[in-house]
Ligand binder design. Structure first.
Ligand SMILES: *[C@@H]1O[C@H](CO)[C@@H](O)[C@H](O)[C@H]1NC(C)=O
Ligand SMILES: *[C@@H]1O[C@H](CO)[C@@H](O)[C@H](O)[C@H]1NC(C)=O
Ligand SMILES: *[C@@H]1O[C@H](CO)[C@@H](O)[C@H](O)[C@H]1NC(C)=O
Ligand SMILES: *[C@@H]1O[C@H](CO)[C@@H](O)[C@H](O)[C@H]1NC(C)=O
Ligand SMILES: *[C@@H]1O[C@H](CO)[C@@H](O)[C@H](O)[C@H]1NC(C)=O
Ligand SMILES: *[C@@H]1O[C@H](CO)[C@@H](O)[C@H](O)[C@H]1NC(C)=O
Ligand SMILES: *[C@@H]1O[C@H](CO)[C@@H](O)[C@H](O)[C@H]1NC(C)=O
Length: 684
């Protein structure tokens, strides 16, 4: 007869989590467990053993769970266990710096996560159940998109999510390297293998998240949060990963994973994990079998070479093409003098590309604006500079004239006509010092349209501006609108450092096809111009986080009012009703036509100018905005837009010139890599 005590012991042995082998595993790659993982969505285990949660397809999700539930609580006492996990992951965005949305280590009551949505929901929850206490979902998110809706702090953060995507706590992604105590920024989207440790101590109710680019666990956690997880966890929970893509996509990979209950999970040896095929580094050992004197000689030669390189680097660099006819080449000395040594007092502002100083040319006394562009990539700078010769020959009364330039080390200095009235955005958003009248606005719009038409069609090559926005429209002494910064956007496509790169194109001005194709066209410029038209008429940003939800996205709001027959409701109320109704309706309708999701449905700049000049009447019926891609849910895409482009880490507070009000919703993002100067017929 079995001893009842023994039976009790036996059962507690079965149910005591710390004694079960299942609760302690370490996978170096997923090859040998490829049949043992529960995968759903588009996740798969590749032949090389890498767990790929998502690929570069938009708006999808991927889940991968450990197949058996883990016992997290003592059923009798309800006491939580401690747990610890380590995993190695990488996020490889579709375009170098544009990707979405992120991945999350997930503990959930079931492994299907039924009803979960991609994009900002990370495949975890949906709009209805977000925040519901009955979800029993705990996640640590590695998020690469800033969602205003969920109060994300930026587009590169880690956060603790309890039943909700509004993180209970979040911090910038960072790590302590080499056992040190100096916190360094960690760029999640870099494509590098990152090891993460998540440790929960149920005695102290303490949750830690630690990150590293190495196999060694740093001493300090980057996120430490006091929380009692026992109300959130059920007795048995599933553990795994969830990930999603949005309008923009990243591939999310997991290379290895370890887990342990009531103990510390084994750190992963990154060198033993499968890795992504990529540009192979050369590890050729350099064997130098020479005598000491030869080594000394080599050292001496090296020092000499370094000295020469240093000398050359500090000279103004002049190359053959630079001597071609084109804009004037200034000497650095001249510009230093003009700006009184680039002092802060003369700073007009700083935009996506660099600082802008006011200056006076020493000889002529001409007022100029000097834009200083620093670029990590000398190659990029060089390639770009070679285009200055052609850009400098562009001449139109509605373009800000490039007078000349200078290159010194990694800096490029561009000298422009000084525009005394600064940039247009200062006059339309928030509380401007001066409200532009309708007449002034209409004149500015017509001017910009004419400048853009010149770039697109009237010069020897079609020039795509790529960054048409209010901040790039400058006002001269007579308040004529002039486009600035043309061609500059291209600079950032030449292999810049991902962590500091500005993305080219701006939230709300970026045509939807751009994020798919990455190829800017005259038609994507027209889209941005459409956003500008609506902004100027309505006196607000294309995406205004402070607006009512139904007014959040300007183009949708204008469209709705237009459909309901109340289009004049959207006209800037600060005009006090003083404006030409016919012109206002035309500008708004034209704005809607240019904002069409289909590039083929948008008018050309030539047509736009003809409409604005009253040479042709606008059609009475407008094509629906979303005619283009019936396969996709466009309203969702637009929503996605807000989330995808809100990279507030790139905000820059500015005064004028290339400036962006307080930054809300106005963010630079980079897309694609094609030439801004291309053959004429190529542009549509
Ligand atoms: C995978 O599952 C099978 C059957 O369920 C089991 O025999 C095997 O040990 C498991 N492998 C691992 C590595 O967990
Ligand atoms: C991503 O995966 C899905 C499902 O496996 C597949 O249909 C799609 O073609 C893949 N996309 C890319 C870009 O590989
Ligand atoms: C989730 O959906 C699957 C398939 O539709 C179903 O088999 C499963 O029972 C669902 N799970 C839950 C927890 O509702
Ligand atoms: C939370 O979810 C439960 C079960 O799905 C549901 O009955 C309840 O109404 C939800 N609560 C809220 C506030 O939505
Ligand atoms: C944080 O976690 C608790 C549960 O511990 C939850 O009730 C609360 O709503 C969470 N969210 C925030 C934003 O604090
Ligand atoms: C969390 O990290 C801190 C150091 O950053 C450490 O002192 C503490 O013991 C850690 N707690 C757990 C549960 O790992
Ligand atoms: C977090 O990152 C943002 C940029 O995204 C930066 O402005 C901010 O200073 C960082 N905060 C901390 C505490 O490092």
């Amino acid at each position: 007869m079995a001893n009842p005590l023994f039976i009790l012991f036996f059962f507690s042995f079965l149910t005591n989590p710390s004694l079960s082998q299942l609760d302690d595993f370490s996978f170096s790659g997923f090859k040998h467990v490829s049949n043992n993982m529960s995968l759903s969505g588009i996740s798969q285990i590749q032949n090389n053993g890498i767990l790929r949660l998502t690929n570069h397809t938009s708006r999808l999700q991927g889940h991968a769970f450990y197949p058996n539930p883990i016992k997290f609580k003592n059923s009798r006492t309800g006491k939580m266990v401690s747990f610890s996990t380590a995993f190695a992951f990488a996020i490889v965005p579709e375009y170098t710096k544009l990707g979405g949305h992120g991945l999350a280590f997930t503990v959930a009551a079931d492994k299907e996560l039924n009803g979960s949505l991609p994009s900002q929901y990370l495949g975890l929850l949906n709009a209805n159940d977000n925040g519901n206490f009955s979800n029993h979902v705990f996640a640590v998110e590695f998020d690469t998109v800033q969602d205003f809706e969920f109060h994300d702090i930026n587009d590169n953060h880690i956060g603790v999510d309890i039943n909700s995507l509004v993180s209970n706590v979040s911090v910038n992604a960072s790590c302590f390297n080499n056992g040190g105590s100096v916190k360094e920024e960690l760029y999640l989207k870099s494509g590098k293998t990152i090891q993460a440790w998540i440790d929960y101590d149920s005695g102290r109710n303490e949750l830690n998240v630690t990150l590293s680019l190495t196999s060694v666990k740093p001493k300090f956690a980057v996120l430490s949060y006091n929380v009692d997880l026992s109300p959130i966890f059920r007795d048995y929970m599933y553990i795994g990963f969830s990930s999603s893509t949005g309008l923009l996509a990243s591939s999310h990979y997991v290379f290895g994973w370890s887990f342990k209950i009531n103990g510390e999970a084994k750190s992963l040896d990154l060198s033993a994990l499968p890795s992504l095929p990529g540009p192979k580094k050369n590890h050729t050992a350099l064997i130098v079998g020479v005598s000491v004197s030869a080594v000394a000689l080599v050292v001496l030669a090296g020092v000499l070479a370094l000295y020469l390189v240093h000398k050359i680097k500090n000279m103004d660099v002049i190359e053959d093409w630079e001597l071609d006819v084109g804009p004037h080449r200034f000497s650095y000395k001249e510009l230093k003098k003009a700006t009184k040594g680039f002092r802060d007092k003369g700073l007009l502002g700083f935009g996506g590309f660099g600082r802008v100083y006011k200056g006076t040319l020493p000889n002529s006394g001409t007022l100029v604006a000097v834009k200083q562009i620093s670029h990590e990539s000398k190659q990029g700078l060089r390639e770009f500079a070679s285009e200055i010769a052609s850009i400098g020959r562009l001449r139109h009364r509605n373009l800000v004239q490039l007078l000349g330039w200078c290159r010194k080390k990694g800096d490029l200095l561009l000298v422009y006509d000084y525009m005394p009235n600064g940039s247009l955005d200062r006059y339309i958003y928030d509380e401007p010092k001066m409200i532009l009248t309708w007449e002034q606005r209409f004149k500015i719009i017509k001017g910009v349209a004419s400048g853009l038409l010149y770039l697109h069609e009237e010069w020897e090559q079609a020039v795509i501006h790529r960054d048409v926005k209010a901040a790039n429209v400058l006002l001269d002494a007579e308040l004529n609108g002039r486009l600035g910064d043309f061609g500059l956007a291209k600079l950032y496509e030449h292999g810049a450092n991902p962590s500091t790169t500005r993305v080219v194109g701006t939230l709300g001005y970026l045509a939807p096809e751009l994020t798919r194709t990455g190829k800017p066209t005259t038609s994507s410029d027209v889209f941005a111009f459409g956003a500008l038209l609506l902004e100027v008429a309505c006196g607000r940003r294309p995406i205004e986080p402070k607006a009512l939800p139904e007014e959040l996205i300007l183009v949708d709001w204008v469209w709705d009012r237009w459909k309901e027959g109340g289009i004049l409701d959207v006209v800037d109320s600060r005009l006090g009703g003083v404006y030409d109704e016919v012109e206002a309706i035309m500008v708004l309708k034209l704005g809607l036509m240019c904002s069409n999701n289909s590039p083929m449905t948008r008018p050309t700049m030539r047509q736009v100018v003809m409409f604005l000049e009253g040479e042709v009447a606008l059609p009475t019926v407008l094509a629906p905005l979303d005619e283009y891609d019936s396969r996709k849910d466009i309203s969702f895409q637009f929503e996605d837009y807000v989330h995808s482009y809100a990279a507030s880490s790139y905000f820059e507070k500015v005064s004028s010139w290339s400036s962006i009000g307080d930054g809300s919703g106005d963010v630079d993002v980079e897309a694609g890599s094609t030439s801004s100067l291309c053959g004429k017929g190529d542009s549509r």
